[in-house]
Each structure stands twice: as structure tokens, then as C-alpha cells.
Design a protein around this ligand. Structure first.
Ligand code: G3H
Ligand code: 13P
Ligand code: ZN
Length: 331
């Protein structure tokens, strides 16, 4: 028996993207695998009155169990109401790689799916994406496609080099597939090591500044697809204070460099309606746990380190919603 997202109280991305486009902000898409992450996301988004996309990778589905995840998303809707403010919540598959995975998510309560055919030749990407859109739209589920390849690691796929999106392909892709949004490659990448130090310049304070995103490509895409929702993956900023806490407490993160927040702020005011953030959450959790472990070595109650990790995550998400994505007060 299949379960519709509508019965779980979830929303698809259609209206959210329309409002985000008009209001010049981006909806946060935060990845989650466990209860503390979900609590932090819901608390932060309710407190900042922000819509939110709960993002689940296929790895997260394997880790947490698909049935449990569905009930967790339903629980998130109820929890938000209990906290006193009803925010729109989307349950989204991140980097779906097959029709079967997307169908299984749609049949199990997801309100949005990504079919990432960006590693395939163009025509195969079109055919696969179209197949997913046809099934998804029958169920009122929205679909994100991708053109261009981001460097970094997504599940088991590792791309050494990024390939920027070719603007001349976007209209044909959107027309042929019927996708509701398009992820593009303009210089972001997955993970905590987005740039090598030698690609960066030093500013007056001695901080490494990476090369800017390719806003010229984004503008060309916007011209060809006026009013069409664009998605940015790989948008963690890799806060250096968190990296330092990790490294000062036994960690070994080297050359961790992210996307500067001002670049994301600028993107959020354009046709970019969804910004994906996972690595920054991982850093916040790891920093908080390492700190407790180092400072209180006799502690063995998981709540004593998962609690501070959850609090730190919540602060991170509130900061993103208010100062980076601009989604606060838009639920
Ligand atoms: O783009 C990848 C996301 O950060 C999800 O990562 O596949 O390790 O869950 P994951
Ligand atoms: P980050 O690794 O930059 O957080 O990107 C996450 C992402 O794009 C998930 O799809
Ligand atoms: Zn991604």
C-alpha cells in the first residue's frame, strides 16, 4: 500500500518556490539522519518562522530505515505545531539515482524527489528525469533535476572535477523533462574541502577567500528560464571556528574551506530557491561532541554530548535562515 505525503501533513515545493522567488530568499534544505538533527531543524525553523525542506539521501535511508524516516517526518509536522507555529515542511529525496528509488520514496510519503542524472550523458539524463517526472506528477510530487557536475562526494559517486552547467542546455532539458526545479553547477561542491588553499587569495585579515561563484552562468540561466526555480547544492560555508574546535580537540581536518556566506546571500536573492546544507551540520555536531569528550572524559550518558550537539546545530540553522538564506519570517 502506498502512502501519500498529503496524509502526513507535508507540502511539495511548488508554492514554496513561487513565494521564495517573489520574496527573493531561498528555502533551506537540511539533511538529516537522526532524531537530534531533526529536533534541531524543526526547533530552528519554528523559532525563525521559516519553511524547510527535510532532505534524506539514499545513504540516510539505509542508515535510519525508510519506515522510521517517514514517521519521523510526520512527527516533525506534529512537533512544529506543538512548538506553536505551523511551518510548511517538505520531505525530499536528495540525489536519487534510479527511477526505482524515486518511486519507492514517492510511494512512502516523500513530497519531493531529486533525480540526479548529471553523471549520465545528456540524453540519458533527459530520459531518466522524464520517467521520474511522469510518475511523480501523477502523485502531486515535485521533482528536482540536475545539469552540470559538482566536484566532491555524493553517496558513492566521487567527481574529481566540477563541470559547470551549460546554459544553452537548460531550456531544452526543462521542456523535455517537465522538472519543477533545476540544480546547477556554478562552483560549489560537496563536502568540507571545497577549494584547495592555492586556489584562494588572502584578505587583509589573512583569511583565505575562495574564487567567487560563477554568477555569470547563473544570470545566463535566469535569462533563458525566467522565473524558474534553481537549486544550489554543496552550499556549506565550513565555519572556521567549528573546524578549530574539532582540531583543538583531537580532530584532523585539513584545508577545510567552504562557500563564503555573502556569496550564498547573493545567490538566495536570485532565482536560487533552494540551498542545500549538510556538511556545516556535520561540523557543528562533531565539534560539540569532541568538546564534551575532551572536557568531560568521565561522561558516558549520550544525552550529555548529543544535547550540546543539538543545541549547536539549532543555532547554526537559525543563523542560516536569518542571515544567509533570508527564509526567516517567510513561513
Ligand atoms: O550530497 C550529499 C549529502 O551531503 C548527503 O550525504 O550521502 O553521505 O548522506 P550522504
Ligand atoms: P554540503 O556538503 O556543502 O553541505 O552540500 C550538501 C548537499 O549538497 C546535499 O545535497
Ligand atoms: Zn548535493
Amino acid at each position: 500500500m502506498s502512502i501519500s505525503y498529503k496524509d502526513l501533513g507535508l507540502a511539495n515545493t511548488k508554492e514554496l518556490f513561487k513565494k521564495a522567488m517573489a520574496g527573493k530568499y531561498a528555502i533551506p534544505a537540511y539533511n538529516f539522519n537522526n532524531m537530534e538533527q531533526l529536533q534541531a531543524i524543526v526547533q530552528a525553523c519554528v523559532e525563525t518562522k521559516s519553511p524547510v525542506i527535510l532532505q534524506v539521501s539514499s545513504g540516510a535511508r539505509k542508515y535510519a530505515n525508510k519506515t522510521l524516516l517517514r514517521y519521523m517526518a510526520q512527527g516533525a509536522v506534529k512537533y512544529a505545531e506543538e512548538l506553536g507555529y505551523k511551518i510548511p515542511i517538505v520531505l525530499h529525496l536528495d540525489h536519487g539515482d534510479t527511477f526505482e528509488l524515486c518511486k519507492d520514496c514517492i510511494d512512502n510519503g516523500f513530497s519531493s524527489v531529486m533525480i540526479d542524472g548529471s553523471h549520465h550523458p545528456y540524453d540519458e539524463n533527459v530520459a531518466l528525469t522524464k520517467q521520474v517526472v511522469e510518475y511523480a506528477h501523477k502523485h502531486g510530487v515535485t521533482v528536482e533535476g540536475e545539469l552540470g557536475v559538482l566536484a566532491g562526494i555524493e553517496d558513492d559517486v566521487v567527481a574529481e572535477e566540477s563541470t559547470y552547467t551549460h546554459p544553452e542546455e537548460v531550456e531544452d532539458f526543462v521542456n523535455k523533462t517537465g522538472v519543477d526545479s533545476l540544480a546547477i553547477s556554478i562552483g560549489t561542491s560537496h563536502g568540507a574541502n571545497k577549494f584547495k588553499p592555492e586556489q584562494c587569495t588572502k584578505n587583509a585579515e589573512g583569511i583565505l577567500v575562495p574564487p567567487p561563484l560563477r554568477f555569470d552562468i547563473l544570470e545566463e540561466i535566469e535569462k533563458r528560464l525566467p522565473g524558474f526555480p534553481i537549486v544550489l547544492h554543496g552550499s556549506s560555508s565550513v565555519p572556521q571556528d567549528q573546524v578549530q574546535i574539532i582540531n583543538n580537540n583531537g580532530g584532523a581536518l585539513k584545508d577545510a574551506i567552504g562557500i563564503p556566506e555573502d556569496q550564498l546571500r547573493k545567490a538566495a536573492q536570485s532565482a536560487v530557491c533552494k540551498i542545500n546544507i549538510d556538511s556545516d551540520g556535520r561540523l557543528a555536531v562533531t565539534a560539540a561532541i569532541r568538546k564534551v569528550m575532551a572536557e568531560k572524559p568521565a561522561e558516558f550518558d549520550p544525552r550529555k554530548y548529543l544535547g550540546p550537539a543539538r543545541d549547536s546545530l539549532k543555532e547554526l540553522y537559525k543563523h542560516k535562515n536569518i542571515n544567509v538564506l533570508g527564509s526567516a519570517e517567510n513561513a
